[in-house]
Write a protein that binds this ligand. Structure first.
Ligand code: CP
Length: 326
């Protein structure tokens, strides 16, 4: 099989066209089958070096990039700031140049500052994949979320997707707005007004051709999830909130927590999603998070397959374009 994705860097989903997203999904579905094999190993990226540079805590994204690279036979090296020369004052730029000098092929970066992956993409010759930058973007999460919905609903066209919670600080929400609207979903945002970006509360989106013109904001959770096909809860980003946006987590949970009672307003087969990590009992009740409608664990599995597809996509730019890789 010769699938040829070709995107040297993955920085944000605003730059991808629908056909690019569909290609990532297509290759991701093929790679997901490898995860069910007794021996999860293919030679696709043998001889390639992937550096995971994570300046923020992560379980899902870091481990799945590592697993994805290893399944594809790449050499994967994890760098954490605590055990690197960052502790001696080395800048991100010099760290990245050092890594490139070791002939890395792909750098996967998570960083607390929005724009860090863009900076590296300008400075380095190797591929750069954004694994989450501040409150700006988390494109691999957006793609695995789209994969998850398409797998279970067939398509996103006309589907109602309600995103609930801390929209303001969520790079997952910001990224999913691009992906979901490009794929034809009807998106509704719900959360405390203090956690909705101002542009969604004023008329800033009401200009013709604005990519987010169709997105609705609804403060009442029962109304927001009425007939929803997908309910996506978000984590309260306590580490990013610079001022007090909520009177208390208890009050947040009472007004915006996803409970089985509230899920009765959604479509009978509505899917429940959450990017993780979950604050169980705050943004989502345990019985919903682990219930029959929940796709939270599926999202994690999809993440490995999608990241395999994206690592191959980056690699395809480093090789002759007509060469198949699976
Ligand atoms: N969804 C997500 O990015 O999780 P991690 O922070 O564990 O990578």
């Amino acid at each position: 099989m010769g699938h040829s994705l070709s995107t040297k860097h993955l920085l944000g989903l605003e730059y991808l066209e629908v056909k690019d997203i569909e290609k990532v999904l297509e290759v991701g579905f093929i790679f997901k089958e490898i995860l069910n094999r007794p021996i999860k190993k293919v030679p696709t990226l043998r001889g390639k070096t992937i550096i995971n540079l994570f300046y923020e805590p992560s379980t899902r994204t870091r481990v799945s990039f590592e697993q994805a690279g290893k399944i594809l036979s790449a050499d994967v090296i994890n760098v954490t700031p605590e055990t690197s020369s960052t502790t001696k004052g080395e800048s991100l730029f010099n760290t990245a140049l050092t890594i490139q000098a070791m002939k890395a092929d792909t750098v996967v970066i998570r960083h607390p500052h929005a724009g860090a992956p863009y900076f590296l993409a300008q400075k380095l010759d190797c591929s750069v994949i954004n694994a989450g930058d501040g409150m700006h973007a988390h494109p691999t999460q957006g793609l695995l979320d789209i994969h998850t919905i398409v797998k279970h609903l067939g398509s996103l066209e006309g589907k109602k997707v309600t995103i609930v919670g801390d929209i303001l600080y969520s790079r997952v929400a910001r990224t999913n707005l691009w992906a979901l609207t490009k794929m034809g979903a009807k998106v509704v945002l719900c959360g405390p007004r203090t956690l909705i970006p101002p542009d969604f509360l004023n008329n800033a989106r009401n200009t013709e051709g604005h990519p987010f013109a169709s997105i609705e904001v609804e403060g009442d959770l029962n109304l927001a999830i009425r007939d929803a096909d997908v309910v996506m809860a978000l984590r309260i980003q306590r580490e990013r909130q610079r001022s007090r946006h909520l009177p208390s987590l208890l009050e947040y949970s009472r007004m915006y927590g996803i409970t089985s009672q509230r899920m009765r307003h959604a479509s009978p087969d509505a899917l429940v999603m959450h990017p993780g990590p979950i604050n169980e009992g705050i943004e989502i009740d345990s019985d919903v998070a682990h219930g029959a409608r929940s796709l939270i664990e599926y999202q994690v599995t999809a993440g490995v397959a999608i990241r395999m597809a994206l690592l191959c996509s980056a690699s395809a730019e480093q090789e002759p374009k007509d060469q198949g890789y699976i």
